[in-house]
Design a protein around this ligand. Structure first.
Ligand code: ADP
Ligand code: MG
Length: 242
């Protein structure tokens, strides 16, 4: 079960306990502060846990720290305190290229604006992500083609900027699961899409994560998203700003 609760909650099972697979994500007592000319923003998250394959929606208004939390989970920001473990491995204990390689192999990321590499084809975008995978390089193209085909990309050799917005998001979904990550992080993945494309993209994100046995932590401020998730957590009560 995912839980976001008081810091005094029970200790974590998983890593270390005999026979039990560690959770896809385990966050404990996380604390992070942004200081800028506009003031100070502090995010505190006592506990968040995603079991393997579990799909959790994290809601919260704009500015509540959703993107900051995903960056902390991905090891793109350093927390002031607390722990983040992906599949039992502390991402904070990894440094530099080792952390980048771990992220590339075990975490898939889907962004609002897709962040595909322009000038490259859909297939090349997915192949690039596969450089972190366990698959032998000769098999990368086939894996990329299979994923893109399953997501309905009819022209995988076309430069990504020539694809529709909905297709670009599908390429981003394929890229996110290319390495069979244990965890996919999706940051407002439908915010750039019209309602019809948004529904289709969420269907694909959720089913693709399921097929690839990836847990999904999806953040959104869109109330329409809540019907899609059994497990919903909200950031507001956990944020101390000032
Ligand atoms: P959300 O994704 O929920 O909209 P964010 O995580 O982007 O929220 O931002 C949370 C808070 O952190 C906001 O108050 C924002 O202004 C602040 N913030 C975000 N990025 C930075 C930054 N690079 N420097 C200083 N403050 C930042
Ligand atoms: Mg955000």
């Amino acid at each position: 079960m995912p839980t976001v609760e008081s810091a005094s909650s029970q200790s974590q099972p998983g890593a270390g306990s005999a026979g039990a697979a560690p959770p896809a994500l385990s966050v404990r007592d996380l604390s992070f502060t942004y200081r800028s000319a506009d003031g100070t923003f502090t995010l505190k998250l006592p506990r968040l846990e995603l079991a393997r394959g579990q799909q959790v929606l994290l809601t919260g208004p704009s500015g509540s720290g959703k993107s900051t939390l995903l960056a902390l989970v991905a090891g793109l920001l350093e927390s002031a305190a607390g722990s983040v473990a992906i599949n039992g491995t502390s991402i904070q204990a990894l440094r530099g290229p080792a952390r980048d390689a771990f992220r590339g192999r075990h975490i898939g990321m889907i962004f609002q604006t897709f962040n595909l590499l322009g000038g490259m084809s859909a297939i090349e975008n997915v192949e690039l992500a596969l450089m972190f995978s366990d698959l032998p390089p000769p098999e990368h193209r086939q894996r990329a083609q299979t994923l893109l085909g399953a997501l309905g990309i009819a022209h995988p050799s076309r430069a990504v900027e020539r694809l529709s917005v909905g297709q670009q998001q599908r390429v981003a979904i394929a890229r996110a699961v290319a390495c069979k990550p244990v965890l996919v992080l999706a940051d407002e993945p439908t915010a750039s899409l019209d309602p019809a494309n948004a529904q289709a993209a969420m269907d694909l994100i959720q089913s693709t994560c399921r097929q690839n046995h990836a847990a999904l932590l999806c953040v959104s401020h869109d109330p329409a998203m809540t019907a899609r998730f059994e497990h919903i957590e909200a950031l507001p009560g956990l944020i101390a700003a000032g």
